[in-house]
Ligand binder design. Sequence first.
Ligand SMILES: O=c1ccn([C@@H]2O[C@H](COP(=O)(O)O)[C@@H](O)[C@H]2O)c(=O)[nH]1
Ligand code: PPV
Ligand code: MG
Length: 209
Amino acid sequence: MSKVIVMDHPLIQHKIGWIRRADTGSKDFRTLISEIAMLMCYEATRDLELTDVEITTPICATTVKELKGKKLAVVPILRAGLGMVDGMLAMIPSAKVGHIGLYRNEETLEPVEYYCKLPKDCDEREVFVVDPMLATGGSSVAAIQMLKDKGVKRIHFMCIIAAPEGVKRMQEAHPDVDVIVGALDDHLNEHGYIVPGLGDAGDRIFGTK
Ligand SMILES: O=c1ccn([C@@H]2O[C@H](COP(=O)(O)O)[C@@H](O)[C@H]2O)c(=O)[nH]1
Ligand SMILES: O=P(O)(O)OP(=O)(O)O
Ligand SMILES: [Mg+2]
């Protein structure tokens, strides 16, 4: 069974409080999503392995630590996941970025795939899939399956707000994928929105509603 890590850092919790407010506008919403992603990335990468490297400072030769040969990739689920990319790259600037386009059919809530472009060597990378919202889990389960079908083995999923229903579905479908969550909410409503949630993350980031 995969790990579910709920971030309890006060800065993350404070900023999540602001994105939930209905009167937070797109500009602030975007900034906050990016900042939360950056803080979550910092916490989520704490287990990355390090290796010793010999270097020379202006004073003498010494041994320093460096990330151990692992190459990383960030894969946002479009559109809402795009809002988290800048924050992730601020922490891991050498990561490659893939894109998976999925939207939810409003009636069935099933994900519909419309785009997939991944780094060529994605299967050699440790991949962080990002989407601010994990609701029914349909989108993230499908996105992770698309990565696995392309041979990706080391996958983490990061979301800002999750519903228990989505976490359960992810753990059942992908028990090998850790789920990193900013806040675990109460339930889904009859339209598949997270309660209390924040509404539609894509629309709030891009000002489309
Ligand atoms: O409260 C919500 C719920 C969902 N979204 C958007 O939908 C998908 C995730 O939904 P799944 O049911 O888990 O497939 C996510 O990409 C969000 O863009 C939302 O914005 N707000
Ligand atoms: O998952 P959806 O349907 O909300 O898509 P988008 O992220 O484009 O709003
Ligand atoms: Mg949306």
